[in-house]
Ligand binder design. Structure first.
Ligand SMILES: NC(=O)c1ccc[n+]([C@@H]2O[C@H](COP(=O)([O-])OP(=O)(O)OC[C@H]3O[C@@H](n4cnc5c(N)ncnc54)[C@H](OP(=O)(O)O)[C@@H]3O)[C@@H](O)[C@H]2O)c1
Length: 289
């Protein structure tokens, strides 16, 4: 059982999963959007299939001949991503079409990267789509592992850019806790879940080893990038007041902002399995790899 088809392979987490799979001698096929994406990955994968995952005809029979499907496919949460499809199109509909293909091909294992706490936040599109798809995976009859991280450190790349420009802001008190995980650590756990006994038909919440408040995260990043610049604070009420207006003009941006506002207003802490701290991530510039 070693033929893996990987969706989301060009993503921050997906690339690390591809690397770990190759290190462990799996035969890896990545599904990518276009030729240039395939070229970016060629050192890490055995094959690439170019297909539009939002087109059910384009992915017909795509899982045939594979033992394992891994999906870290998902709409980017970065505000710099301006692509048209929303969370429902990618995280739910495209993944559901992939799951259908996996069933038709009788794959032996389906690994999906969801989000910690998704089931508790069904009023938000981001979490609802992750949770609904997880439910479909659980009911599919395929042996599954659902991985549920809190923040992945790569999502702080936007904060690094803000810090460089002296535009780092903390919203509200910034006193809620989280334990972000390095994407390399998470990828290792995803790959290990192919064979790990505790990962069979399991949902695994997986965070990093260190707890930080949101304000600490911002200050650590600012200090790393340019300690001479100060971070600023925006009152929570102002963000809450402004966000409904965004919904009128740009639903995708609203969904991302609503997601951010939700996660910074509550502790988001998962079991501490990742080994890399934020300070190490920044110090070793792991975000550049
Ligand atoms: N980042 C976090 O803090 C965090 C926390 C918890 C859970 N998660 C979940 O973990 C998963 C992986 O996250 P990540 O940080 O690796 O995400 P990412 O870097 O944004 O990668 C997402 C992947 O999905 C693909 N994709 C997105 N839209 C697509 C479209 N319209 N058509 C085809 N492919 C598309 C991307 O392809 P392209 O490279 O071609 O764009 C990329 O391969 C996601 O489901 C995410 O929601 C993330």
């Amino acid at each position: 059982m070693n033929k893996v088809i990987l969706f989301g392979a060009t993503g921050k987490l997906g690339t690390k999963i591809a690397i770990k799979l190759r290190e462990k001698n799996y035969d890896v096929t990545a599904v990518v959007r276009n030729r240039s994406k395939a070229d970016q990955l060629k050192q890490y994968v055995n094959n690439a299939i170019i297909a539009d995952v939002t087109d059910v005809d384009a992915i017909k029979d795509i899982c045939k001949g594979f033992d394992i499907v891994i999906s870290s496919l998902g709409k980017s949460v970065s505000l710099n991503d301006k692509s048209k499809p929303g969370f429902k199109d990618i995280d739910l509909d495209a993944n559901t079409a992939i799951l259908k293909e996996a069933k038709a091909a009788s794959v032996k294992k389906f690994i999906y990267v969801s989000a910690h706490g998704a089931e508790k936040n069904l009023h938000l599109t981001y979490f609802k789509t992750h949770h609904y798809f997880s439910q479909y995976v659980k009911r599919s009859g395929i042996d599954f592992t659902i991985i549920k991280p809190p923040a992945i450190m790569s999502s702080f790349i936007d904060l690094i850019e803000m810090a460089k420009k002296g535009r780092m802001i903390t919203i509200g008190k910034g006193d809620k806790l989280t334990n972000p995980i390095y994407e390399g650590d998470l990828a290792e756990i995803c790959v290990d879940s192919i064979t790990a006994k505790n990962a069979k038909d399991a949902e695994l919440d997986i965070g990093g080893k260190t707890l930080y408040t949101r304000r600490q995260i911002n200050e650590i990043i600012q200090h790393h990038v340019d300690a001479s610049k100060k971070t600023r604070t925006i009152p929570m009420w102002l963000m809450k007041f402004g966000i409904p207006f965004i919904k009128v003009f740009d639903k995708n941006t609203y969904d991302k902002m609503a997601f951010f506002l939700e996660v910074i207003q509550r502790d988001t802490v998962a079991p501490k399995l990742g080994q890399t701290t934020l300070e190490e991530y920044l110090g070793k510039k792991l975000y550049l790899n």
